[in-house]
Design a protein around this ligand. Structure first.
Ligand SMILES: C[S@@+](CC[C@H](N)C(=O)[O-])C[C@H]1O[C@@H](n2cnc3c(N)ncnc32)[C@H](O)[C@@H]1O
Length: 292
């Protein structure tokens, strides 16, 4: 037990920036100019399986492992789940190892390894990003994630958090923790729309966003009404407002897909037909999700 606690406490140190005297450093026969920000330590096979399960990786996915080591995560994603993958590692020895392992696993046609610094790499076509870095590296990477990937991209991290971006799910396999997030669309700011057959009255919605958590107030009929429920999952937004008072109260449900400064979807009252809904963001009201 004591040994287990000792090992867990030492994990960040073991992963931390290598010193010139460490064996792992010399073992990697490093010849490049950019030094790794974290040592190579492989994710155990059962944790790889859990990461891919949590992200629900499938044939249509493009999985990027940032700091890919021997390539096991993207190779398993390709071999067992039919995905495509890119492994990015700064260490050329690891990149060579990844390529060789992919060839042995028969997935070289679906998996690529690139020797790059993950902080300057382009991973904008990822649908899934996997990480086993360090807490401060996850935080450094976070604004870049929001900058680069599409809303709805899934992010899985072995062992380490993303600061105040709370995970959508977390699990553990024995003593190993796995965290899962869905990158939310940026819905912050003010949105305007009119509904047909509503005397063409305008609605104005103000949304404040803390990663995937959103609060909002609707201005309509010259009154203000806080949203009863706002649910943001990737680029899917759902809003519920109670309209009217007392026994005449009725819920108005908006559902739509966020695409830049436009939301398109439907609106309906419970038990009634859906009608189209299109909202536009008021220019200049959008705020960055993560300024870094
Ligand atoms: C803890 S290992 C994880 C390996 C693999 N993702 C896994 O889970 O088995 C971290 C890897 O990140 C690589 N690395 C460290 N700093 C990096 C950087 N700035 N850019 C790209 N790779 C980096 C290291 O060479 C190492 O292979």
């Amino acid at each position: 037990m004591i040994r287990k606690i000792f090992c867990l406490a030492l994990l960040p140190l073991l992963l931390a920036t290598p010193s010139q005297s460490s064996n792992a450093w010399f073992d990697s026969q490093w010849t490049g100019s950019g030094a790794p920000d974290v040592h190579y330590v492989p994710t155990p096979t059962e944790v790889v399986a859990e990461m891919l399960r949590l992200a629900d990786v499938g044939e249509s996915d493009m999985v990027y492992d940032l700091g890919s080591g021997d390539g096991r995560i993207v190779i398993t994603a390709a071999k067992e789940r039919g995905a495509k993958g890119v492994g990015i590692d700064i260490d050329p020895v690891r990149v060579r190892e990844g390529k060789q392992n992919a060839a042995e696993a028969g997935v070289s046609d679906r998996v690529t390894f690139l020797q790059q610094d993950l902080f300057t790499a382009d991973f904008s076509d990822a649908t899934v990003v996997t990480l086993y870095l360090l807490p401060d590296l996850n935080l450094r990477l976070r604004p870049k994630l929001f900058e680069q990937v599409k809303p709805g991209t899934r992010v899985v991290s072995h062992a380490f958090h993303m600061g105040d971006w709370t995970p959508d799910e977390e699990t553990s396999i024995g003593r190993y923790n796995v965290f899962f997030w869905i990158v939310p669309a940026n819905v912050s700011g003010e949105w305007e729309w009119r509904l047909p057959g509503d005397n063409a009255q305008s609605y104005r919605l103000q949304l404040v966003q803390d990663f995937q958590k959103v609060k909002g107030v609707l201005r309509h009929d010259s009154g203000l009404r806080p949203a009863d429920r706002i649910d943001l999952k990737g680029d899917r937004l759902e809003l519920t407002f109670e309209k009217g008072e007392g026994p005449r109260a009725e819920a108005l449900l908006f559902e739509g897909r966020v695409d830049g400064d436009v939301i398109e979807g439907t609106v309906h009252r419970v038990g009634e037909e859906r009608t189209p809904w299109r909202a536009e963001r008021v220019p200049g009201t959008k705020m960055a999700i993560d300024e870094g």
